[in-house]
Design a protein around this ligand. Structure first.
Ligand code: GSH
Length: 127
């Protein structure tokens, strides 16, 4: 009970700090943003709103200026089932990558960030 309360307080504090200090966004031309938006159509992030690892990944997505669908696997039971059935476990964050008829469920915030950097860092950026 106490642990749950501490988690909620800390989670909300992280959300608040994230709101106060938003990451600076990578800039792209409209045309380049359109190309990147096409590529991110195939990505879905399964996450919990208050999970610090998810906040880290969401910040990174914002920093890279990516439009990636986010599904809340805590409150949305359909998303929770998709994650369990598809990925094999309820652990967040998890990035679902749908490419060329292959679906990959990428767990671990570190690995998700590494993947996004590899695919999108500096991708068509202005500066
Ligand atoms: N090492 C993992 C840690 C992820 C993690 O512990 N996530 C927690 C939420 S903060 C989780 O999914 N717990 C399963 C659950 O609550 O059902 C990462 O960096 O992504």
């Amino acid at each position: 009970m106490l642990i749950k309360l501490i988690r909620i307080v800390l989670g909300n504090l992280i959300i608040f700090l994230n709101w106060i200090f938003p990451p600076s966004k990578q800039k792209r031309t409209k045309e380049n943003q359109k190309i990147v938006d096409q590529q991110t159509k195939f990505l879905t992030l399964y996450q919990f709103h208050l999970c610090p690892f998810c906040v880290r990944v969401r910040r990174h997505i914002k920093r890279l200026n990516l439009r990636i669908k986010c599904k809340d696997a805590k409150r949305d039971s359909i998303a929770r089932n998709e994650l369990k059935e598809g990925g094999g476990k309820i652990k967040v964050p998890c990035l679902k990558i749908e490419l060329n008829d292959t679906v990959t469920w990428l767990y671990e915030s570190k690995d998700i960030i590494k993947y996004l950097d590899k695919e999108f860092i500096g991708s068509s950026s202005i500066s």
